[in-house]
Design a binder for this molecule. Structure first.
Ligand code: AMP
Length: 114
């Protein structure tokens, strides 16, 4: 399987503005931001999408969400709020088949989402 763009970023084969990294996840700014703050939190394990995750990934998924909250706080969003988004499949507009959690903040979000 060809590497996804996120695997290339994690391997430092493609550039990105990192805001956090540990042995399990990496977080970097989205290249096409949809809000004043738009960061992606990505597991280093290339799970294509949440529907493909298994019981084996339970701890990793918990870590991903906890780190998303930690990164959001680091970016100054804790008190104003922020949205976490995981797009799964075509109807959700998933563009990169490597699981990632969007952190969106710095403006008022709309509901329902478009
Ligand atoms: P999704 O629609 O949930 O699959 O989102 C994929 C996201 O990855 C989009 O918001 C893109 O702007 C973002 N993206 C694609 N390529 C890059 C890149 N090279 N660096 C950072 N973000 C990227």
């Amino acid at each position: 399987m060809a590497k996804t763009i996120f695997e290339k970023i994690i391997a430092r084969e493609s550039p990105a503005r990192f805001v956090y990294e540990d042995e399990l996840v990496a977080a970097f700014h989205d290249i096409n931001p949809q809000a004043p703050v738009h960061v992606l939190v990505v597991p280093k394990k290339p799970i294509p999408r949440i529907a493909e995750a298994t019981q084996e990934d339970k701890e990793l998924l918990g870590h991903l969400l906890l780190k998303a909250a930690e990164v959001a706080e680091k970016l100054g969003l804790k008190h104003t709020g922020y949205r976490l988004v995981i797009n799964n499949g075509p109807d959700a507009g998933e563009a990169v088949p490597h699981l990632h959690c969007h952190i969106l903040g710095g403006r008022r979000m709309h509901w329902p989402p478009g």
